[in-house]
Design a protein around this ligand. Sequence first.
Ligand code: BV8
Length: 255
Amino acid sequence: MVDFDEVATALRRASGVVVLTGAGVSVESGLRPFRGPGGWWKGHDPARLATPEAFAADPALVSEWYDARRLVALAAEPNAAHEAIAELERRVLHGGGRFALLTQNVDGLHQRAGSERVVELHGNLTVWRDHRSGRRVTPDPTPFAAYPVPGPDGGWLRPDVVWFGESLPREALAATEAALAWCDLLLVVGTSAVVYPAAALVGHAAWAGAVTVEVNVEVTPAEVDHRLTGPAGVVLPRLVRAVVSRARRPASRRG
Ligand code: BV8
């Protein structure tokens, strides 16, 4: 397991750790990914649902699909992968390092597992907003009575997520840029690395000199230094235990 030991050593020495996650990190919580076997997209055509045009054309269908996903996310529990990432954050920060979690996921499970330095690149499914005024609401954990759902300011309620063709939130992009400036190890977990601009973060980190590591059950187009193949809920706890259990070396000071 040369790669595993090298990654554990690099992780222990890193002073700026960034983790980028995708839908794969929530699969072991029972949430379906977007692509691949059992993916959401299998059930629905992304062009039909995750776009402003789809919402304008059929707000009832789009809001019903998102409400179903919202309730599944609220009923799910964080899994060992989410918990390992939260533990890693605590260990890195406790050792005087810097840490950021950039997630493409909209299910809120990282925060429920205890992660605090979370940047939601694609928004959050459990918050909705009036599509005209943008005023946000956090609906009760029960299905909406009917679709589409009237918003507080005369528009329809839509999920507070980033649809295809919509720009990522400015504050998320700013936080991402700041993190990549001090990142010396990027852990890419459970993403097919095909959605931009998130997928471009791997190349940006590598170009800036960071060690890049992918944890996935498949090989993706992401060009990384190390690949640890296996479910995130198995690989990540092992990796964090390996980092914690060995003699801690002072975090290398970069720059
Ligand atoms: C934008 C929220 C500017 C809603 C989502 C280049 C630059 C910029 C834009 C583009 C570009 N090229 C193309 C574009 C357009 C587009 C895009 O990237 N299209 C792709 C399909 C080619 N990008 C955009 O539109 C972005 N906006 O750039 O703004 C702009 C403005 C105006 C006009 C033009 C541009 C917005 C992108 C965000 C879209 N919103 N989600 C919702 O949730 O419904 S994307 C959606 O895909 C989710 O957020 C999801 O997180 C994301 C990525 O998917 P993954 O997370 O990777 O999930 P996936 O199922 O694909 O893969 C799961 C992986 O896990 C697999 O690899 C699997 O093997 C692995 N796995 C499974 N089980 C496990 C596991 N791994 C570990 N353990 C396991 N147990």
